[in-house]
Write a protein that binds this ligand. Structure first.
Ligand code: ABU
Length: 371
């Protein structure tokens, strides 16, 4: 990394992309069960309680697509960093708990967020993801050394004792009637308690001065409140959607450029959020239905709405999973150049093109899009 040319800077998800991280699939695990998450893939060799490494052929296929995506970005003149995977099959712990596995490092978006010149490590809320930041530290260290103006912060490392979880949550939640589930989502009475601040970085959508923080299965009110206090010059909005399994805002509410936000209509937004955008002259565009490749993705915990999980190269150019032809057509009609990227194999490793990346530098300055 030549020091002079490195600059940590990004205020939103659409300014011209200059420098980015792309994750790696190596060694990713179906996680051991823990209070906040339980995997259950009976048809694919991992019934409830089972855990272990994702089969090698799936990992190789995902890495091929991740490497191809990295090469595509480099071919467009964008500098690409990669994380350093560690042994995710190891047992981990703190003085207060131990856990039988880690997860992986395909989705850096979950752990890291850039706000201006600040690189922030999220708390995370799964025990299996507590140490994931270690995979990103070599790059963070390099960036810190290369850019004298870069700020490097880590949100308070959470304790993640049983007090941080509604420990019986997954025993009952899926059996509740729909309305009861949605009521709990509205109250953010889900897997996490409010014992300490918890958030995943992928629950934050950046629009310059405004940060929209989804309350979810991995982000609590205290996490959103920590972000509000941490970014006193921003407007931090805790938001929730009509979605029984909220997990990361980037498959639900996706600002594409000033004045246009793409919305997953199966997860209606609170009227106040829609109103906030509309009174500021934003169009809320309902995304077309996703294509139906997702059922082929073995061991995936993501929804078909990874369709909208795209990476913007600038406010006119979007990388999209190659099979999402209907969405590509919809956005072409809105003036976007759509770049199809084969990426289905990456889904079981933690998401789509947006999840798999972390913005290090985008041109541009702090703007107020909601004056
Ligand atoms: N990590 C993004 C997954 C979001 C979703 O499946 O809806």
């Amino acid at each position: 990394m030549s020091p002079r040319s490195v600059k940590v800077n990004s205020w939103n998800g659409w300014d011209p992309l200059r420098h980015v991280m792309v994750g790696r699939a190596d060694g990713t695990m179906v996680q051991a069960p823990e209070p906040a998450v339980r995997r259950d893939f009976p048809d694919d060799g991992f019934p409830l309680g089972a855990y272990g490494r994702i089969p090698d052929e799936m990992t190789a296929a995902a890495n091929e697509q991740l490497d191809g995506f990295a090469a595509l970005l480099e071919g467009r003149g964008i500098r690409v960093e990669r994380p350093e995977p560690i042994d995710f099959s190891q047992r981990v712990g703190t003085p207060e708990w131990t856990h039988n596995s880690m997860f992986g490092c395909m989705p850096p978006r979950d752990v890291l967020i850039t706000v201006g010149n600040e690189m922030l490590e999220a708390t995370m809320s799964y025990r299996s993801r507590w140490f994931e930041y270690l995979c990103y530290r070599p790059v963070l260290q390099k960036l810190f050394e290369a850019d004298p103006d870069a700020r490097w912060e880590a949100a308070p490392k959470p304790r993640l004792t049983d007090a941080s979880y509604n420990t019986g949550f997954w025993d009952t939640y899926n059996q509740l009637p729909l309305e009861e589930k949605l009521d709990r989502v509205r109250r953010n009475d889900l897997a996490l308690t409010e014992a300490e601040p918890l958030f995943d970085a992928a629950d934050i959508a950046r629009c310059g001065k405004d940060l929209f923080v989804q309350l979810s299965l991995v982000t609590n009110r205290s996490g959103a409140d920590w972000l509000r206090r941490h970014f006193p010059d921003h407007r931090v909005h805790p938001v929730s959607f009509t979605n029984t399994h909220p997990l990361h805002i980037d498959a639900t509410w996706v600002p594409l450029r000033p004045g246009l936000v793409l919305h997953n209509g199966e997860r209606p937004a609170e009227p106040e959020l829609t109103e906030y955008f509309k009174v500021n002259d934003w169009e809320v565009l309902e995304a077309v239905q996703p294509e139906s490749w997702h059922h082929e993705a073995r061991l995936s915990f993501c929804s078909p709405w990874l369709s909208v999980n795209m990476l913007s190269l600038d406010e006119n150019t979007l990388c999209i999973e190659e099979r999402e032809v209907r969405l590509a057509d919809q956005l072409t009609a809105y003036g976007f150049e759509m770049i199809p990227v084969p990426f289905r194999a990456a889904a079981p490793f933690g998401g789509g093109l947006h999840c798999a990346t972390w913005d290090i530098e985008r041109e541009g300055t702090l703007q107020d899009y909601f004056p």
